[in-house]
Design a protein around this ligand. Structure first.
Ligand SMILES: *Cc1c(COP(=O)(O)O)cnc(C)c1O
Length: 454
């Protein structure tokens, strides 16, 4: 039975079971809250633990002396790849005015858009997995030890060793950029399979670094599939599997430990009386999933993580809501997976992420492309911060939480309404700093047009 027959059979039943299904299929914006959220009953032991996250953090620290040498822009942070957490009071006010809803608590943005090396959240997971691979190879073949000074990895004997290996990845753009830049810096041969959504400037930048870019006229899942097949043919080839990778996930998770420190530096408390809300743009799920995993390990029931997806690519939403995870795609539901949010243009969610976090993700909401452009312009005007469209998806979260029926019910059921004035709300800004100026101007103009239409 193919998926479509399966769905046709179940469709009427599902429409009854999931009241949001019709709106989702008609690509209307929805705010879904997860009925399994926080439910401990029947919970299974996890294959990924907080200890794994600490291990990933330690690995990144070992590599810091190398990163500092290879990427001088990280010098001021001693080779630690991290982004600022900043208050955005003018944006908070603008959002409140536009919708006539007071956003209570303090609004922050986590500027992964400004992460060194590749200017997006992929500079966490993507870079981490390449470093993991380099360490493994160096230890196996050249007697490298984890107590050595990692800055020697910049030397030719290591580069020549890494050049024997190739790294293959499928991407909508930013993951390819991150892995391509990091891989090429270490000396690996890198092959990036790009989906049709990928921007030209990203492909050009990679080619200028000697990375092989293969363009596909199909969507993300097909690009990943092509990469996987290619890597299988060659024993010296390593495939980075965005749909299932533990290492990517752990690289993202380290963000939570860094955020914990940043909150503590700002004297921000997270506890029963001071809840933390985090809004994360979601593509295949690894980035927002890793961050959620880390934050839940640290702040437990006091942090609530919501994922944001384009109305035309609600992959994680459908996977979680139906419990079918990677077995279904948005195309199965007649949704086209076409969105201006290229970083989120994913039709089939990660099963690893969905299953690992099915009780930890508070909810998923969807955002129209026009709204993304509108928010892009608002943030540029109010805070002088320029993000790519994907990175704006989270900015709708605080409003949707307060303005939708399901959002208010979520707060009420958890006795959070009175605590909102003490809340910290963090919107994860996932990318944008490397977008060429001409492209950014174009995005901004789209925001002006979107405002006219409203
Ligand atoms: C990749 C990406 C995301 C989402 O990460 P996933 O791991 O695909 O869920 C969000 N924003 C931007 C800008 C991205 O490039």
């Amino acid at each position: 039975m193919n998926n479509f027959t399966f769905l046709e059979k179940n469709f009427e039943e599902w429409k009854t079971k999931y009241p949001l299904m019709e709106d989702i299929m008609n690509t209307r914006a929805v705010f879904w809250t997860n009925s399994l959220y926080g439910n401990k009953q029947g919970e299974k032991p996890r294959s990924i633990t907080a200890e794994d996250m600490n291990d990933a953090e330690a690995r990144l620290a070992r590599f810091a002396p190398y990163i500092m040498k290879a990427f001088p822009e990280t010098y001021s942070h001693n080779g630690i790849i991290e982004s600022p957490l900043e208050r955005i009071p003018a944006m908070q006010q603008k959002l409140s005015d536009l919708y006539g809803i007071q956003i209570s608590g303090t609004l922050y943005t986590k500027l992964d858009s400004h992460l060194p090396i590749s200017g997006s959240i992929k500079a966490r997971g993507g870079v981490y997995e390449v470093l993991y691979l380099a360490e493994t190879i160096a230890m196996k073949h050249i007697g490298f030890s984890w107590t050595d000074d990692y800055s020697v990895l910049i030397n030719d004997n290591y580069r020549n060793l890494f050049a024997k290996y190739s790294i293959v990845v499928g991407s909508t753009g930013n993951l390819g950029l991150s892995i391509g830049i990091m891989g090429a810096a270490l000396g690996f041969r890198v092959v990036v399979h790009m989906s049709m959504d990928a921007k030209h400037w990203k492909k050009n930048m990679l080619r200028s670094k000697g990375v092989t870019v293969i363009e596909h006229a199909s969507d993300y899942s097909k690009a990943v599939e092509a990469g996987r097949k290619e890597a299988e043919k060659d024993s010296m080839s390593y495939f980075i599997d965005d749909e299932n990778s533990r290492n990517l996930f752990l690289g993202y998770a380290v963000a939570a430990k860094r955020l914990q420190q940043q909150l503590s530096n700002l004297n921000i408390v997270v506890d029963e009386e001071h809840p933390l809300f985090v809004y994360l743009p979601c593509g295949v799920g690894g980035g927002p999933g890793g961050v959620t995993f880390g934050l839940k390990s640290i702040f437990k029931e006091h942090v609530h993580c919501f994922f944001a997806e384009p109305t035309h690519s609600p992959a994680m939403l459908l996977g979680l809501m139906t419990g079918m995870h990677e077995k279904i795609s948005v195309q199965d539901f007649g949704i086209d997976n076409r969105t201006a949010a290229d970083g989120l243009a994913v039709g089939r969610p990660s099963g690893l992420v969905g299953k690992t976090l099915e009780r930890d993700i508070a909810g998923v909401f969807t955002v129209q492309d026009e709204q993304l452009y509108l928010l892009l312009r608002m943030l540029a005007d109010s805070e002088n911060k320029f993000l790519e469209p994907s990175a704006l998806a989270g900015f709708d979260g605080p409003l949707q939480l307060l303005a939708t029926q399901s959002g208010r019910r979520f707060l009420k059921e958890r006795n959070l309404i009175d605590k909102m004035s003490n809340a910290t709300q963090i919107i994860w800004a996932t990318g944008g700093n490397m977008v060429p100026k001409a492209e950014m101007d174009e995005f901004y103009c789209q925001g002006v047009q979107a405002a006219v239409k409203l």
